[in-house]
Design a protein around this ligand. Structure first.
Ligand code: IMP
Ligand code: MG
Length: 184
């Protein structure tokens, strides 16, 4: 799917596929340097982090395993509440493993802070976070994100794994939707 397939539903492209790819290469180089000589376990948060995980993992030179978690945050509309439920847990025992959570976006940070607490209780050797996008509200929650792709404005975005009502995940870029899509 590309911009031409979206027609009038697309408002604006915020980050092109090329920009995202270049930034993920930089992040992968940093991660390779930081984890040199250590086996890494990448934990992708379904469904949004699928694209980020696939691209980031393939750019790494270090050994890396991949596992997935699916969580659902109860909330109204496009805001999350921080009340989180596990829909799919890891298949891997992360005790004594070097774990890197791969996230698509951090908005309120509530989902992530819950996830960090949950994974930390399993006593990994280390636990870090990589996120492609971060919105300004994330500053309100005390979650250290070690690798951030882009700081973006407080707007609802789609593409590169991110959805609106489960659509647009397969866009190669990150963009905003025209108001009429939300019924505005
Ligand atoms: P948080 O708990 O508010 O940080 O929300 C995190 C989750 O909400 C992300 O993993 C996304 O699934 C979703 N989300 C937050 N902002 C956006 C957005 O702009 N577009 C699409 N999904 C979003
Ligand atoms: Mg997500």
């Amino acid at each position: 799917m590309d911009a031409s397939d979206m027609g009038v539903d697309l408002n604006e492209i915020l980050l092109t596929a090329e920009q995202i790819d270049a930034r993920l290469s930089e992040m992968a180089a940093q991660i390779d340097a930081d984890y040199e000589g250590r086996d890494l376990l990448l934990v992708g948060v379904l469904n949004g982090a699928v694209m980020a995980m696939a691209d980031l993992a393939r750019k790494l030179h270090n050994r890396a395993n991949m596992d997935w978690m699916a969580v659902s945050s109860y909330g109204s509309g496009t805001k999350s509440s921080g009340v989180v439920r596990i829909l799919k847990d890891l298949g891997t025992d992360i005790h004594d493993r070097h774990v890197l959570i791969v996230e698509d976006i951090i908005d309120s940070g509530l989902t992530l802070s819950w996830l960090v607490a949950n994974l930390r209780s399993r006593e990994p050797a280390s636990l870090r976070i990589a996120a492609v996008l971060r919105k300004p509200d994330a500053a309100k929650v005390a979650v250290d994100v070690d690798y951030v792709g882009f700081e973006i404005p407080n707007e609802f975005v789609v593409g590169f794994g991110l959805d609106y009502a489960d659509h647009y995940r397969n866009l190669p870029f990150v963009g905003t939707l025209a108001p009429h899509v939300y019924g505005g």
